[in-house]
Design a protein around this ligand. Structure first.
Ligand code: SF4
Length: 78
């Protein structure tokens, strides 16, 4: 289980999540930020600070954002 970042982050990249994450699990590219599911400790600190509500716990990701579960994980596989 982990938290992850969805499409609302695209072009936003507010970065409040990066500042509060205690384990440095959040990295980004030019487009958006992503959460490393192997590093995330499910503390939940990032979710409430996101100004665009882009962050969800894995079990609560909306249907239309489900693809981001894989997109977040894939970002850390290289
Ligand atoms: Fe970091 Fe906690 Fe958010 Fe996981 S839930 S990405 S550990 S702030």
């Amino acid at each position: 289980m982990a938290y992850l970042i969805t499409s609302a982050c695209k072009g936003e990249k507010a970065a409040e999540c990066v500042e509060v994450c205690p384990v440095d699990a959040i990295r980004g590219d030019d487009e958006m930020y992503y959460i490393d599911p192997d590093t995330c400790i499910d503390c939940g600190a990032c979710e409430p600070v996101c100004p665009v509500d882009a962050i969800y716990e894995e079990d609560f990701v909306p249907e239309e954002e489900q693809e981001y579960i894989e997109i977040n994980a894939n970002f850390f596989q290289d």
